[in-house]
Design a protein around this ligand. Structure first.
Ligand code: ADP
Length: 576
């Protein structure tokens, strides 16, 4: 895993790389666009100048075919004014600077400017190449400075023939400043320059005045001598314009006066010269700044968003992982707990069997002890021959035997609750029966019983045997709780309401232990160590609940416990 600082360095390096690539791509794009612009402009300029030159070059040709012109050149003085006017008209209509005619000696015999101060009439241009070459039969287009006007111009010349013999030359001159001016109309000058370079490396025309008639090439002595001899530029010697040219990725660059240009060149069709267009790319580097700014902003946003998403994803992955491991842990612990619980249940079962045996033993021992006592008494009565008392004892014994049956039968309560037979019973009789059954225990614990003085009319809707079982359990518990107490008093209280009866069994024993309150009515809860089964109160509560009653307990302020049974004194629907 990368540390945080390493990550930051990686991101920064990446960002710088992206910016560098953006810069170079943007720069290349802009240079390409500038080159495209230069090419478009050079094509446009060439088309325009070529069309113009073609138009001008056709005029001397037409004039040489004109019979009037041929006659004039042949027999010169006859139509002097008429020819001059004719040339002036053509010059005006075509937009040429001058049109003039030379005889075989190179003298101007007719000229469109015949009325002007600077008229060529009478001048001799025999030394001019446009005369010599035309007279030799060539169709000439020639750049030179005007002798008188000193203006740059292109001279188109062609010989006039009679009977296949050259008898003169027609010359048309166009000022190149016309193209320089027209070029502005073409709207190609924004952020760009152009120059027309002749075969001798001299710049014939350009929108830059300082470049005109000068050269981007350092002319050697031979070239200069040649220029001087031709006198095309009269006495002007072309100056060298300092610049630096180089090619980058196939694109020609030119650096001049701290400015950088891309250059596109194309030769003219009707003139031996090359048109060059330069598009300014000096600010191409600084032009990348806005682009770099936006790329930087976008990249930063992408990095920030990616970081947030990755952090969230990592958090989510961690959450899923920890949830998964938590689930596994829970599963493992559950399995472990299940094992422990199985082991616990097993040992609890064994403990329960032990407790149950002890409990059953204890519960059945009470009536059996009572039977024993009554049997001893019965033997004594038999020996005395007191048959009536003997009969009473036997009835009691019979009752106690039935009691044992009932107790054993109650154990079925946990597996299969027996069907209840709720009937109205006088409460006093039920309490007395329970006291009689518990008498042996009460006697053993030396407990003083305050017999209940209940009205015989007070009835409760119960199953008598089960209710007696509850009472016996509560009385026995009370008796055992008083074992060891100084005052051992068992008493009953009765409160009657319109529909319910509230019976309290009060003792003066140790009271219920505080911690026992929560579990008192839970099965198998006992504080009597091996002696207690812990089922008495649990069964009692179930029985009272089935009477639609309520069994509760609390400690008395004066000491001892109070168990309260609340029951209905009339028949209710719930009697199952
Ligand atoms: P067992 O008598 O077998 O212990 P019970 O369900 O009858 O089972 O009683 C549960 C526990 O309730 C007793 O162990 C004892 O702690 C407490 N208890 C019941 N009756 C009294 C009472 N009258 N005084 C004090 N504690 C009592």
């Amino acid at each position: 895993m990368f540390s945080f600082s390493k990550k930051i360095i990686t991101v920064c390096v990446l960002l710088v790389l992206i910016l560098v690539v953006t810069f170079w791509l943007g720069r290349s794009h802009d240079v390409e666009q500038a080159t495209y612009q230069a090419e478009r402009q050079v094509t446009q300029l060439n088309n325009y100048i070529d069309t113009e030159l073609a138009r001008f070059s056709a005029i001397p040709q037409l004039l040489t075919y004109n019979s009037l012109m041929i006659d004039f050149v042949d027999a010169q003085p006859q139509h002097y004014n008429a020819i001059n006017n004719y040339l002036a008209d053509i010059q005006q209509a075509s937009g040429a600077s001058d049109i003039f005619v030379l005889n075989t000696q190179g003298e101007v015999i007719a000229s469109s400017n015949w009325q002007a101060d600077y008229t060529f009439l009478g001048s001799n241009f025999a030394f001019r190449p446009y005369f010599k070459r035309a007279f030799a039969g060539e169709k000439v287009a020639y750049f030179a400075l005007g002798m008188r006007s000193k203006e740059r111009g292109i001279y188109f010349s062609q010989a006039v023939y009679r009977d296949n013999k050259a008898i003169g030359v027609v010359v048309l001159k166009v000022n190149v400043s016309k193209f320089e001016d027209d070029r502005e109309l073409l709207n190609t000058s924004k952020g760009s320059h152009f120059f027309l370079q002749l075969a001798d490396e001299v710049i014939a025309m350009s929108d830059m005045q300082t470049w005109r008639l000068n050269s981007f090439t350092e002319l050697d002595i031979t070239m200069r001598r040649d220029i001087k001899s031709r006198r095309a530029y009269l006495d002007h010697q072309p100056l060298y314009i300092k610049q630096f040219q180089f090619s980058n990725e196939g694109i020609k660059h030119l650096k001049i006066d701290k400015k950088l240009y891309v250059m596109s060149q194309r030769p003219l069709r009707y003139f031996n010269a090359t048109m060059n267009v330069l598009v300014d790319i000096t600010k191409v580097n600084s032009a990348q700044l806005p682009r770099l700014f936006w790329v930087f902003i976008i990249c930063s946003l992408v990095i920030i968003i990616s970081y947030i998403l990755l952090t969230r994803f990592a958090g989510y992955k961690k959450l899923v992982y920890s949830r998964h491991s938590l689930e596994l842990e829970v599963l493992e612990r559950t399995q472990a707990l299940e094992k422990v619980q199985t082991a616990l249940v097993q040992s609890a079962k064994l403990a329960t069997i032990g407790q149950l045996s002890a409990g059953i033993n204890h519960e059945i021992n009470q009536p059996l002890s009572a039977i024993n006592t009554y049997l001893a008494s019965a033997k004594r009565l038999l020996a005395k021959g007191n048959t009536s008392a003997l009969g009473e004892s036997l009835v009691v014994i019979e009752g106690l035997v039935n009691r044992v049956h009932q107790i054993v039968g109650q154990l079925k309560h946990f597996s299969k609750p027996s069907k209840m037979q709720l009937r109205p019973y006088p409460l006093a009789g039920l309490v007395n029966n329970a006291l009689m059954i518990s008498s042996a225990q009460l006697k053993q614990d030396n407990v003083q019983v305050e017999p209940p003085q209940f009205d015989e009319t007070v009835v409760v809707w119960v199953d008598s045997l089960k209710f007696e079982q509850v009472l016996v359990n509560l009385i026995t518990n009370a008796s055992q709780a008083m074992n060891g107490a100084i005052i051992r008093n068992l008493s009953f209280q009765l409160e009657c309401f319109e529909e319910r009866v509230k019976l309290s069994i009060l003792d003066t024993g140790s009271g219920i232990e505080q911690h026992a309150f929560g579990n008192l009515f839970e099965p198998f809860y006992s504080t009597k160590s091996s002696k207690g089964l812990g089922l008495g109160l649990s069964i009692s509560k179930q029985i009272i609940d089935s009477f639609n009653g309520c069994l509760s307990a609390h400690n008395r302020v004066e000491g001892g416990a109070e168990f309260i049974i609340s029951l209905s004194n009339r028949q209710e629907n719930k009697d199952d």
